[in-house]
Design a protein around this ligand. Structure first.
Ligand SMILES: [Zn+2]
Length: 294
């Protein structure tokens, strides 16, 4: 285990316990999320040592046996994923009609491929062997295995990280590298869960987007803005991920009662999206668009 002594955002050392929850996916071990008293940043502490983190991820072996869309839940998930990809494409192309894009944590590459077929210069990074092989072999994408951004050369008009930043071990170093890898007018687009959302406060320790211990950081609308500002970025747009709310609610219901409870989860999801729309607390997950400070 590794204990973080200084807040990754403000470097202060006074913390308070926020919540205890368990790893529902793999180990069933208990972990604690703490919050910094000074800046309200929430993070998993202590957390597994960097060398131990891999064993908390669902293994490639498991994924390979479950990658066929057999049931309605998985089919719906894939259907929605395609709608989500179109939405993300539209967001990116509202800034650049064409250009270069780096997708960190590109998975099997469906998002990146949308850009490749529209003549963008594309590059992906994906540590999972099975996902990366699918992206390379099925879609012909250029995908690196190493997640160490220091190895990446060049500059990109757009860098995307869809639900990835909460997993990186070196948070400040990663955002520093994002700055180095972005062109002067480039955009960095980040999607992360928001632990201040309604569904988070409803499900508490059962909230699926805590995803302990592999989610090392738990951002809010405020803390994500501060940490990017610390590295020379300014926030130019925030967009709620309304489908994610339902997905997270269904998984949270499963953690709570070992059933999917679609109807109840849908109600919680709807309420959470209304809170996202009409209050300042934000959606279950949000997309944040940053650009470099001039
Ligand atoms: Zn702090």
């Amino acid at each position: 285990m590794k204990t973080i002594k200084q807040c990754p955002i403000c470097k202060k050392i006074d913390f308070k316990e926020h919540i205890n929850s368990i790893d529902y996916s793999v180990s069933k071990e208990e972990f604690t999320i703490i919050k910094c008293i000074n800046c309200d940043f929430h993070f998993t502490n202590p957390r597994p040592a960097d060398s131990e983190l891999g064993k908390y991820y669902i293994s490639d072996h498991y994924i390979s046996h479950n990658n066929t869309s057999k049931n309605l839940f998985e089919k719906t998930y894939k259907f929605i994923r395609n709608i989500a990809i179109k939405g993300k494409y539209k967001l990116v192309t509202s800034y650049f009609k064409t250009g270069s894009i780096l997708d960190i944590g590109c998975g099997t590459g469906e998002f990146l491929n949308t850009f490749k077929i529209n003549n963008w210069i594309t590059k992906g990074i994906e540590p999972s062997d099975i996902a990366r092989k699918q992206a390379v072999e099925n879609l012909g994408l250029d995908v690196d295995e190493s997640t160490d951004l220091k190895n990446v050369k060049g500059e990109f008009d757009v860098i995307t990280m869809w639900h990835v930043l909460e997993h990186v071990t070196e948070l400040n170093e990663t955002i520093e590298q994002l700055n180095r890898l972005t062109t002067k007018t480039g955009k960095v687009i980040i999607a992360v869960p928001n632990h201040k959302s309604y569904d988070s406060s409803f499900y508490k320790k059962y909230w699926a987007a805590y995803d302990l211990p592999i989610h090392l950081y738990h951002f809010s609308k405020e803390t994500i803005k501060i940490i990017f500002e610390n590295h020379g970025f300014s926030l130019i747009k925030t967009k709620g991920m309304k489908f994610d709310t339902f997905y997270v609610s269904i998984l949270s219901e499963e953690h709570k009662s070992e059933k999917k409870n679609f109807i109840k989860a849908t109600c919680v999801g709807l309420i959470s999206n209304l809170y996202g729309l009409f209050t300042k607390r934000g959606y279950s997950s949000s997309i944040y668009v940053f650009e470099k400070l001039k």
